[in-house]
Design a protein around this ligand. Structure first.
Ligand SMILES: [Zn+2]
Length: 447
């Protein structure tokens, strides 16, 4: 009788995901040993020890994670996904030369809806297999990107690019960028996976009127706004010359700083600007590998974290990185800032995984949906396999994720309750077809 009563109180869920280590990125960031996550539909129902979860929940499917770790899906807060097709096209050049002589001409020649749709498929394939479940994109033709991401099942923020000058095939005038951005917002606002966003490019390509207009559009529809900011010393010098202010102070003066704003790079900042970013709750997408590759400098991340700035991680586009691995960004960020500050305590494993998960979600205004494993949030999570020489032995699981884990260790990826990577293979993307398409584009681009 007692047994029957007990069975009747069990809640039926779709999945119980069990693992030796569960990192929820909630509370005190404790490691839950022999942990489990109950998932039903798109949502996390509960997370805790397997003992607790299995007493209350019965599942159709138990993913049994012996020698595995479960953590929230990684969040790439700044990329230009379609630029994967320009990976390795031009390397080892200064930012402006790289942009003006190589990237912009290639984009002008090749970019259209088909290019973006095909390239985004390759980007999603790369990111999903590396444990990234959400990314913030800054590009053009975002309706095409959104349709592809919706088909794949990836979560994302679709940033509609805005610049002052025309872009053949996309915008004949600044007005067109805003028409495209507003249409994008109307098309995608309220979508379960995709959030539309306004994305003015940078201070050196977008004047104050267009920044203010982009901000007003973001305010009108309550959608995020995303931009590049204070990336190079050149940008700071130009900003001072034109506006008599450093970039963040200039942004403050034209009313750009708010919690809707996430800003990529923020390499060159004064102490006052760090305070402003903290005070206005601006999310920062720290792109350490892009900054290193383009020799832009080192963002004052330890200072920003100390001041209470919400710092997340981004890969930037594959043409300046050259991959889209947030695991790689974590390892680089955790090491480089130690070397730069000559202080090995500045960013530890827990901090860097927080930057890659919950900070990323908060920076993009998605903190209520993703970024941690918590009842009521969407089921965006990753299972990584720990059976590798480079992950053995295990004394501190955070340390392994920060310093040792590779994309090839990612075994299962779930987004919105749906398994998109199973045993290292994508379920909604035909990997060989995607790579074949990319090679066809490569042949055309190379000419
Ligand atoms: Zn960028």
């Amino acid at each position: 009788m007692t047994k029957n009563l007990k069975i009747n109180t069990m809640k039926k869920v779709d999945y119980i995901i069990r693992a030796d280590f569960l990192l929820t990125m909630e509370g005190g960031l404790e490691v839950i040993k022999d942990g489990a996550v109950a998932v039903s539909g798109s949502e996390i129902i509960e997370a805790g020890t397997f003992g607790e979860i299995s007493k209350q929940h019965a599942a159709d499917r138990i993913l049994n994670g012996k020698d595995k770790v479960v953590f929230p899906g990684l969040i790439n807060t700044h990329t230009h996904a379609a630029m994967v097709y320009f990976r390795g096209l031009a390397d080892d050049l200064p930012l402006m030369e790289w942009l003006q002589n190589h990237i912009w001409p290639a984009e002008g020649k090749w970019m259209n809806e088909d290019f973006v749709s095909d390239a985004v498929e390759l980007a999603c394939l790369e990111m999903l297999k590396a444990g990234v479940t959400t990314y913030c994109d800054h590009y053009f033709f975002q309706n095409a990107a959104g349709k592809k991401m919706e088909h794949i099942g990836m979560r994302g923020v679709l940033g509609a690019g805005v610049i002052d000058f025309p872009f053949t095939g996309y915008a004949a005038s600044a007005e067109d960028y805003f028409v495209n951005a507003e249409n994008l917002i109307k098309n995608w606002k309220g979508h379960e996976l995709l959030t539309p966003c306004v994305a003015p490019h940078a201070i050196y390509t977008c004047g104050p009127d267009n920044y203010k207009r982009a901000n007003a559009l973001s305010d009108k529809y309550n959608v995020p706004i995303h931009t590049h900011l204070a990336e190079t010393e050149f940008e700071v010098a130009e900003c001072q010359k034109r506006f008599g202010k450093t970039p963040v102070e200039y942004f403050e003066s034209i009313g750009m700083l708010s919690e809707r704003l996430s800003a990529a790079h923020c390499v060159w900042l004064t102490d006052n600007e760090i305070e402003l970013l903290a005070k206005r709750n601006v999310g920062v997408a720290h792109c350490i590998e892009s900054n290193m590759k383009l020799a832009s400098g080192f963002a004052p991340v330890p200072k920003m974290l100390k001041a209470g700035v919400n710092v997340a991680l981004g890969t930037d586009g594959a043409a300046s990185n050259n991959d889209l691995s947030i695991l790689g960004e974590m390892a680089s960020a955790a090491k480089v800032h130690k070397a730069v500050s000559k202080d090995p305590t500045v960013i530890d494993g827990k901090t860097v995984l927080s930057m890659a998960t919950i900070n990323g979600a908060n920076a993009l205004g998605l903190g209520d949906k993703t970024g941690s494993i918590k009842a009521g949030k969407k089921a965006d999570l990753v299972i990584a396999d720990l059976n590798s020489p480079h992950l053995t032995p295990i004394y501190d699981i955070y340390s392994h994720i920060a310093y040792c884990m590779r994309p090839s260790d990612i075994e299962t990826v779930m987004v919105n309750g749906k398994i998109l990577v199973e045993n290292g293979r994508t379920t909604t993307i035909d990997e060989s077809d995607t790579i074949a398409k990319a090679r066809e584009w490569q042949a055309k681009i190379r000419g």
